[in-house]
Every structure is written in C-alpha cells, then in structure tokens.
Design a protein around this ligand. Structure first.
Ligand code: NAI
Length: 346
C-alpha cells in the first residue's frame, strides 16, 4: 500500500467493526484467519451501522470514531444505511470524518474462480470525500430537489497524486481517468484538469483519459487494457461493482480507505440482506481486506501465507469448501475452516 504503512512490530492494534447483515459473519471469519497466522493483533471492537443505532442510538458512535483515531487502523464490515429517513450513510460519514480520502480496490482474476475473463489486473483508486456524495441535497420547491456535486482542486489533486504514487510504487504502467467533462464541464472538468496536471509530473507512468460511458464499454470488451483507474466518488462506487462482476462478484473484491491519519480496510460489498444470517456469505473479500491490513502493518509473510491458503482452497475441486457465489456448495464456515487449516499447516 502506498503512503503510510506502519512497520512490523510486536503486537498490532486494530478496531474491529462487525457492521450489519453479513458483516459479523465475514468479519468474524477474517479475524479467525488473521489470528491463525500467529500475528498478534489486539482487536478493539467498535459498533457501527444499524446495529449501533439500536445499541448506541446513532449509526456511528463517537467512541468508534475515537477508537479509529487512536489505533489508526480498522477492519470493517459493511453497514446498512436505512434508505430515506434522513440518515446520512455511515460509510460516507466515516470516510469524510476521518478524511480517508483514497479508496484502493484491487480487482484481479483469481485462479480457480471461473468467469468470462482471465486477465483482469487493475486497481481502482476512488476519491472518497466529496463529489455527489457530499450529502448536500435540498428541496428547492415541492417536487424539485437539488443535489450538489462538490469538487475541489485540493481533493482532485490529492487523489490524482495518490493514484500516480500508487502506480509508481507498485510498478504499474498506466493511470486511466474516467470522467464526464463533456457534460459536467466545470465539475468533472476540474477533476480532469487536476489529473492532467499531476500526470505531467509522472512521465514514467502513462496517462489516459476516457469519457466514462465509453470507459464502461471498453472495460467489458477488454479489461486487460486497464491498469490503475482514477475515479471520482460516484463513478468509483459504480465502477467498483462493475469490475467486481468481471472477477467473480462482490464476494472477492477487497478494499482499503486510506488517509493521512489512518486506514480502514473493508470489502467493496454491502451488508447483503438477502443472504444475511444464512451462513452463505463469501468471506474472501473480508479476508483479502485483512491481508491488505497485514501488508499495511508490514506483516508481509503472514499476508502471503493467507494468500497461498485461499489460492490452495480455490484450486481444490471440492465444492464443499467454497461458497455458492463462486460455484461451490459450501457455506461461510466451510470456506473459512479450509483456509485456516492451510494457514496453520505452513
Ligand atoms: P450488497 O453488496 O450488499 O449486495 C449486492 C449483491 O451481492 C447481493 O445479491 C448480495 O447477496 C451479493 N453479495 C454481496 N456480498 C456478498 C458476499 N460476501 N458473498 C456472497 N454474495 C454477496 O449491495 P446492496 O444490496 O446494494 O446493499 C445492501 C446494503 O449494504 C445497503 O444498505 C447499502 O447501503 C449497504 N452497503 C454498505 C457498504 C459498506 O458498508 N461499505 C457498501 C455497499 C453497500
């Protein structure tokens, strides 16, 4: 991970946020797998989401925010945001509140997960703090509402710098920015201008720009053309799910939200109310997010052991040790147990 990864040392601390829906199932699995490596992590539980609304009267309790500020790292499950009703998304609040300005989401074809594509190897870098997710909406007159897309030169330059630094730091060759500056000439125009300006400072990294509708079509036709994708908040959200579909779905795409003061690791997927509590959720995205967290801690050997373990499980022909979303017949616990067995063997 670019930016501020901390060095390997005795015991690490991380806030553990189970979240809602399938969150407790997949975060519980990720915790078990990380603990099986023997790396010492002091887990500090924090409440957030609908479950916190019941216990603390708010979606995002101050004590959870304080714990993340204190420990600087969190592993978070998805949180349900009630639709309507005046609740601001807890994810938006968290990312804005802690200034976790860069969402980093590696999307890769995974051996053992069959899809139409075999050569997806991209990283989505999404601006996390502004754009249409600024949450500023109001009713102008009855029947007419307005949502403001806030775009600042500071945030656009910061995320562009992050994308190019990431590309350089991870030996990646190209950054592609998606935009709609042909229509939103000022808002997306500013995002694009900042990306272009930053690109000039990185002559070793190729730069490409694409109008987002064309970009979607190009991704579906040939995802191997893409390397690092640079996107604003809304586009990054949508393109993340689109790209997840290329590699096996939301159950296999991890993520991290990175800021100057810390990092919150979380899968791209939501709380999946349709399968919550049934033991069917794929824990891999949460486990992979945990692997990103281990790398952030500098625990690269343990991270690699987990990767080897899940690759070995995915290479197995036994359908009982993978979840249904990726072609298996097993549940969350079967998949997790198989990974843990292999982590412990090494
Ligand atoms: P979702 O990501 O929860 O589910 C979309 C589809 O993918 C569903 O069919 C679900 O069963 C499937 N899916 C997701 N994760 C899976 C996994 N690990 N294993 C197997 N299948 C999986 O998106 P949806 O339904 O739009 O949102 C549900 C709730 O989650 C909403 O309240 C939304 O606001 C919230 N959400 C929270 C996020 C977060 O906390 N970071 C991110 C996205 C949505």
């Amino acid at each position: 991970m670019a930016a501020s990864s901390s060095k390997k040392s005795g015991t690490h601390s991380a806030v553990l946020i189970p979240g809602d829906g399938i969150g407790p199932e997949v975060i519980g699995a990720a915790r078990e797998v990380l603990d099986a490596t023997g790396v010492k992590i002091q887990w500090v539980e924090g409440a957030a989401g609908e479950s916190a609304l019941k216990t603390h009267g708010t979606l995002l309790p101050q004590e959870t925010l304080d714990a993340i500020v204190k420990y600087k790292v969190a592993l978070k499950g998805p949180c349900t945001t009630p639709i309507g009703g005046g609740h601001k998304s807890i994810n938006v609040s968290l990312r804005q509140g802690l200034n976790l300005y860069a969402a980093v989401r590696p999307v890769r074809s995974i051996d053992g997960i069959k899809t139409r594509y075999t050569d997806v190897e991209m990283v989505i870098i999404r601006e996390n703090t502004e754009g249409l997710y600024s949450g500023i909406e109001h009713e102008v007159v009855p029947g007419v509402v307005e949502a403001l897309k806030i775009v600042t030169e500071k945030a656009c330059t910061r995320i562009s710098e992050y994308a190019f630094q990431y590309a350089r730091g991870h030996s990646r060759k190209k950054v592609t920015v998606f935009h709609k500056a042909n229509i939103m000439k000022m808002a997306d125009g500013l995002f694009l201008k900042c990306a272009r300006n930053v690109a000039q400072k990185y002559p070793d990294v190729a730069f490409n720009e694409m109008i987002i509708d064309n970009g979607c079509m190009q991704i579906i036709k040939d995802p191997s053309r893409f390397d690092v994708l640079l996107l604003d908040n809304l586009y990054g959200d949508i393109i993340s799910d689109l790209c997840a579909g290329l590699v096996g779905g939301l159950g296999v795409v991890p993520g991290a939200n990175i800021g100057e003061a810390g990092a919150v690791f979380e899968s791209v997927h939501g709380s999946a109310p349709d399968i919550a509590g049934k033991g069917l959720a794929n824990p891999l995205a949460a486990i992979m997010s945990g692997v990103m967290m281990l790398n952030y801690f500098g625990e690269t050997d343990a991270a690699q052991r987990i990767k080897n373990a899940y690759n070995s499980v995915l290479a197995s022909s036994d359908p009982q040790i993978r979840t249904r979303d990726i072609g298996g017949e097993g549940g969350t616990k079967d998949f997790t147990r198989a990974i843990i067995e292999r982590v412990k063997k090494k």
